[in-house]
Write a protein that binds this ligand. Sequence first.
Ligand SMILES: [Zn+2]
Length: 304
Amino acid sequence: MKMLSTLIGCLIAGLAVFGQGRGNQAPGPTVTVRGHTFTQQSLFQRNVGAPDDQTAQFPPHKIIGNLYYVGTKSLSAFLVVTPQGNILINSTYERNVPTIQKSVEQLGFQFSDTKILLGSHAHGDHQEGDALVKQLTGAQVMAMAEDVPALQAMKPGGKDHPIDKVLHDGESVTLGGTTLVAHLTPGHTRGNTTWALRVQDGGKTYDVVIIGSFGTNPGTRLVGNATVPGIVDEYNRTFKVARALKVDVPLGSHPGMYNMEEKFAKLGTSVQNPFVDPDGYKLEVDIDEAMFRAVLAEQQKAAQ
Ligand SMILES: [Zn+2]
């Protein structure tokens, strides 16, 4: 009994650490989309991975064009390299910042060339390290307006969360010839941001999308949510926005959202870049929307 309660305590603590709301060990509803079956819990687990995956360096690599991966096994960080300095997307946990710096340097770039820091959404596993990145590089930190309150509450070691520029839906961020467009895709957080950019590779232009998160984490209240009464409308809006985006290369705040490991293993084995995967993007949106609808239906039924 003691062991069981310790185990449950650990699970609750684990969920709280990720900023995913209240601990909820129930597997939640199950969805199957084109042969891929997930419970709410297993989809969440696919994203966050094991505790070690969150801190273990993943081999840094070029994705396509001037876009590189510099994150851990389960927490994405991306580097956009330009002649006028670089843009980093996601600092992840503060303890991962030295790993991100190492990855940037292993690719032959300088961490101090980071001029702009962007983020996927105001959860600690994606943006806790913002203050440290700013301290080390002097980068300008930009954040979607709707995520500002949650970011301001994120204070590792008591440090204030830096926010140099507040962005709004549809706003562009340009550096050295590369433009990223911030699409507000709320639900998972109020200011959840899906970044869209175009890259050139081998004489072709590709539309890249970095999914902020379309996920409904365990513990998320869709029915009777006093803090965010319009949360269902926000998710509905997000799936509409997600489906309207033109995507050649899907990426996401967790590598599991775009099967990074599988694609990385295929790098250099064929003429086609494995990260070009428009169908994979549609599948991910379909899985996330199916899960959202299943969780909503379950909560509506329970509320009757
Ligand atoms: Zn999150």
